[in-house]
Design a protein around this ligand. Structure first.
Ligand code: RP5
Length: 160
């Protein structure tokens, strides 16, 4: 199976990013995490993206806060699908990162999840890999069935 690369702009993003890694782990998807910043270590971020395909990655998740250019900078250097996680920071509650991540120019897409929406980044990465992996697709379907059953169980508890 191809790996998922998870890149974050700072170690301070790790508590958010770990939730994406947790989802990938649940589905047995190999992932590799790095701290590369679009602004502080632009060369490393660029090199990671340029070599990602030949290094066995199938999807890249990029998480950053504030003027969050990391996902876009990664996407500029690879045609692998890139999922952006805008991370919340103190000043603007993550709106700055959301707009910086989501408003990409045509031709260089970043599939942006919600502010701090790391779990969905993990699920989306899994769904992308599942396009060419039937076992993974079946595991995702099972997860959804379990999720629905849990919610219906709670509904029953509310309406005994
Ligand atoms: C961004 O700036 C990082 O992704 C992080 O979310 C934010 C703050 O970084 P630190 O100052 O905590 O390293 O580049």
């Amino acid at each position: 199976m191809k790996k998922v690369g998870i890149v974050m702009g700072s170690k301070s993003d790790l508590p958010v990013v770990e939730k994406a890694a947790g989802v990938l782990k649940e589905f047995g998807i190999p992932c590799e995490m790095h701290i590369y910043s679009a602004h502080r270590t632009p060369d490393e971020a660029r090199d990671f993206a340029r070599n990602a395909k030949e290094n066995g990655f199938g999807v890249i998740i990029a998480a950053a806060g504030m003027a969050a250019h990391l996902a876009g900078a990664i996407a500029a250097n690879t045609t692998l699908p890139v999922i952006g996680i805008p991370c919340k920071s103190a000043a603007l509650d993550g709106l700055d990162a959301l707009l910086s991540t989501v408003q990409m120019p045509s031709g260089i897409p970043v599939a942006t999840v919600a502010i701090d929406g790391a779990k969905n980044a993990g699920f989306l990465a899994a769904e992308i890999l599942a396009v060419s992996d039937e076992a993974l697709a079946a595991a995702l379907s099972d997860y959804r069935a379990r999720q629905a059953a849990e919610i219906l169980e709670k509904d029953k508890e509310l309406n005994p």
